[in-house]
Design a protein around this ligand. Structure first.
Ligand code: AQP
Length: 334
């Protein structure tokens, strides 16, 4: 809760081009929350360097991501859209919270285990303490909810534990956040290995639909999507390939799953895959057009980066000062 209004924080890493999972699991749902909540949407570039990045590429991708937030429908007048590295309170609160987090808790984080397995040559301390920085991100804005995909649930549970531990010692400092996870779209699966989530860093390009893929590429990737034995369009747990495609089609068209099964009864996988590809391409087209327009308007984007970072900095520092006082840091002399 911030200044009497419910608030929320969410963010994405600037480590690659956004994919359909990031969009359907998170970004698309953000757009609907702007009236009810004071919202903070961050490009989490501090998190990005837990994996080695090319500096020029990271800067380019961070700006591209921030532009995509707006292109996807976030109104920067209503939503605070900013770079994490422009608000130093994130790193400061993260340090304090790391002193209230146990190594046993961090050892249990499945994302750390997955990422450590992917980056065996660079298992750095930042990768390990990533969830503490994420807790700081969320708690700085006294977030009531955190809209994310299902893969982030464990990190939010840890955030709640850290906040409750801190509050138990120092009184009511932090709002305890709830994960906000949609029923459909919260875990979009790889098109090539439907038992794995769709991911930016998948080595097989056919596994992932990127938000800036052109129509032909999108349709080609869906045509090549791995499906299960059989040829019926049915939403069943033991048919993860077709289940994933039905879910994507349902969100892209707004049609109910039951109606999709009826519509495609007897029509086969080939025809259905083409329909999914076309529906996704037309859902993404307006976002791509707006993204290209915004890319030509440097001053407009620069203005948003500046004013929104100032707003985020103001609220983040309000919480940080309170925390610093509670733990016993000396007051500033003005
Ligand atoms: N497959 C997915 N389905 C639904 N939601 C997803 N999210 C990620 N993948 C899916 C949600 O997107 C938001 C931003 O995630 P992130 O920037 O932290 O990226 P990530 O989880 O690291 O994404 P990737 O694609 O899986 O990256 P790599 O390949 O680097 O590990 C979050 O809300 C997340 O839940």
């Amino acid at each position: 809760m911030l200044d009497g209004k419910k608030s929320l924080f969410s963010g994405m890493q600037a480590t690659g081009t956004l994919h359909l999972g990031n969009y359907l699991g998170a970004l698309k749902n953000w757009v609907e929350l702007e009236d009810e909540y004071e919202t903070f949407y961050c490009v989490v570039d501090l998190h990005s360097i837990t994996i080695r990045q090319d500096p020029a590429e990271l800067r380019r991708k961070a700006r591209s991501l921030l532009t995509l937030y707006i292109a996807a429908g976030l109104n920067p007048e209503k939503n605070c859209i900013y770079y994490q590295s422009h608000v130093s309170a994130h790193a400061q609160l993260s340090w304090i919270l790391s002193c209230f987090t146990y190594m046993g808790e961090l050892n249990r984080m499945t994302q750390f285990k997955d990422k450590a397995a992917k980056h065996v040559g660079n298992i750095n301390a930042g990768l390990y303490t990533y969830p503490v920085l994420m807790a700081a991100d969320i708690l700085l804005f006294q977030s009531d909810i955190v809209p994310v995909g299902v893969d982030q649930k464990q990190h939010i549970e840890l955030t709640r534990d850290i906040a409750e531990r801190f509050n138990a010692i120092y009184g009511d400092v932090f709002t305890i956040p709830e994960p906000y996870i949609m029923k459909t779209g919260s875990k979009i699966m790889s098109l090539q290995e439907p038992e794995k989530k769709m991911s930016k860093s998948d080595e097989n390009v056919n596994a992932t639909i990127f938000l800036l893929d052109d129509t032909d590429t999108i349709i080609r990737k869906f045509k090549r999507a791995v499906t299960d034995s059989g040829n019926e369009i049915l939403y069943l747990e033991d048919k993860p390939g077709i289940k994933n495609l039905i879910e994507i089609y349902s969100i892209a068209t707004g049609k109910a799953i039951k109606d999709i099964e009826i519509e495609f009864d007897g029509r086969g996988y080939g025809e259905f895959k083409l329909a999914v590809g076309e529906a996704v391409a037309s859902m993404l087209k307006p976002i791509q057009e707006r993204y290209n327009q915004l890319g030509q308007n440097k001053d407009y984007i620069d203005g948003i980066i500046k004013t929104n970072a100032e707003k985020a900095d103001y609220y983040a520092n309000k919480t940080l000062r309170k925390v610093q006082k509670k733990v016993g840091f000396p007051e500033r002399i003005r």
